[in-house]
Design a binder for this molecule. Structure first.
Ligand code: HEM
Length: 465
């Protein structure tokens, strides 16, 4: 048995870093043509074995705990930002329990309360866009700022939301600057951005801790937000989930939800700016369900808006914010159906966007057609897998569309992200009519941790009457 084929490179150590960073999708596609779905490339002294196709996705997402480790791949990046003891700075079984704690704070009752709050934040935010016809606005900036507000108002609690306008937003930016692809490779460099990151981490933790202490001191127990639910958890084996752990997990959730949701909102609205007919259909859908586009939105009624769901689903198919998922191989593993053994020390890389834009699975795969999902019923094999944080449909990792991943590390923020995106998009299109500028539709920028549209992302807008 053999190691998978290797992409040749001319610059020692750096390897294929440049070709990869310029356009990872092109890099994968070109090499897939030469070597097939499984091949290895070198980048900054490390070996990455990318596993493409639905079998590749399944192999990486469902790899055994004894064979691969997510924490060894991500921890250098995430631990300084989130803090110790949570997510990738603890054994996997503890992460699974942390995910269960988080799920508690994402109930339907919580979502019912969140929708009017998100609607109000969106209306308030966009009041600053002026009411004259012919104005131009930056959607990327707007969505970034709005989602910090909506996520903090709902998940983080009113105390954090109240601070969000000034100091905390800056802390957030400093944390964010310490969350770049380069940090995975050069964690030991004395970069000024790392000092700012560490300082921001400590301040952020202290802010959450202060809120927790105040709630405890004042016997406040009636809050339904995430912070409250994390304040009252214990691991199954009796170990306490401490207040500091809760603070760290809150920071992790803030980071996990921010760029993923803000870039998705931006892409979705850009597609709508390109397609006035689709906006009309979405507004008609709102009228059908709610009677009028002036009626308040509600969580339960938005469940009956399939086109709204499908706009987000289709946006995530074409523009998933996460295009690379990594696991470090800790025990050599065979790739089923091939001769390949992937050696210990390699990183396994899955890139589910590959199957998401493959003609084999989607007709006119690169064009945005939300109606393609109209009659799609998710195949469900009936089996479920329980990793400890709730049951997941079995065999899910072979679904060609996996913007939220699969298996034990699957996203737990999906339903929250949908609630947030649906509310923001619906509210926004009630307020403004948007269209593309002469720059047209933006291309993706792959150099960022989360793929985002190339900046600036402007639209022409006028208030809807
Ligand atoms: C995991 C995508 C929003 C929290 C993941 C993974 C993906 C993903 C692909 C799997 C990573 C891996 O296997 O290595 C997205 C997208 C989002 C989104 C596309 C929005 C459009 C959120 C939100 C939250 C969140 C809003 C929390 C409030 C998490 C957590 C994990 C995760 C806790 C688990 C990490 C693990 O188990 O290793 N997400 N996410 N995500 N996400 Fe999300």
């Amino acid at each position: 048995k053999n190691a998978p084929p290797e992409v040749p490179y001319w610059i020692p150590y750096l390897g294929s870093a440049i070709q990869f960073s310029l356009n990872p999708l092109k890099f994968f596609e070109e090499n897939r043509k030469k070597y097939g779905d499984v091949f290895t490339y070198t980048m900054v002294g490390r070996k990455f074995t990318v596993c493409l196709g639905t079998e590749g996705n399944n192999f990486v997402f469902n790899a055994k705990l004894a064979d691969v480790s997510a924490e060894e791949s991500y921890s250098p990046l995430t631990t300084p930002v989130f803090g110790k003891g949570v997510v990738y700075d603890c054994p996997n079984h503890m992460l699974m329990e942390q995910k269960r704690f988080v799920k508690w704070g994402m109930s339907n009752d919580a979502f019912r309360a969140y929708v009017p709050e998100i609607e109000e934040e969106t209306k308030d935010y966009f009041k600053r866009w002026n009411n004259k016809a012919g104005a131009r606005g930056d959607l990327f900036v707007a969505m970034g700022e709005l989602i910090i507000k909506t996520a903090s108002r709902t998940l983080m609690g009113p105390e954090i939301r109240a601070l969000m306008d000034d100091s905390v937003a800056q802390l957030y930016h400093d944390l964010d600057d310490g969350f770049q692809p380069i940090n995975m490779f050069f964690e030991w460099l004395p970069l000024p951005s790392y000092f700012r990151r560490d300082k921001a981490h400590r301040k952020m933790r202290d802010i959450f801790r202060q809120v927790i202490e105040e709630r405890r001191a004042n016997n406040i127990t009636d809050k339904t937000d995430m912070l409250q639910s994390l304040m009252n958890q214990t691991y199954k084996n009796g170990t306490a989930f401490t207040d500091v752990d809760a603070c760290h997990l809150m920071i992790a959730l803030l980071m996990a939800g921010q760029h993923t949701s803000s870039t998705t909102a931006t892409w979705a609205l850009m597609y709508l700016a390109e397609r006035p007919n689709l906006v009309k259909e979405l507004l008609d859908e709102q009228r059908d369900v709610l009677g009028s586009i002036d009626a308040p939105l509600s969580f339960d009624q938005m469940k009956n808006m399939p086109l709204l769901d499908n706009v987000i689903r289709e946006t995530l198919r074409l523009n998933p914010p996460i295009i690379l998922v990594l696991r470090k191989v800790i025990r050599s593993v065979a790739f089923p159906g091939t001769e390949y053994i992937i050696p210990k020390g390699h990183y396994l890389a899955a890139s589910p966007i590959g199957t998401q834009i493959d003609e084999k699975f989607y007709k006119n795969a690169t064009s945005f057609e939300p109606h393609r999902w109209d009659n799609v019923v998710e195949e469900d094999s009936g089996e479920t897998v329980d990793y400890g944080f709730g049951k997941i449909a079995g065999g899910g990792a072979r679904n060609p569309s996996l913007p939220f991943g699969a298996g034990r590390h699957r996203c737990i923020g999906e339903s929250f992200a949908y609630v947030q995106l649906k509310t923001i998009i619906s509210t926004f299109i009630r307020m403004y009519d948007i269209s593309l500028t002469e720059k047209g539709f933006p291309k993706p920028d792959f150099t960022k941790m989360f793929v985002q549209p190339q900046l600036p992302v402007q639209v022409d807008y006028k208030p809807r009457k």
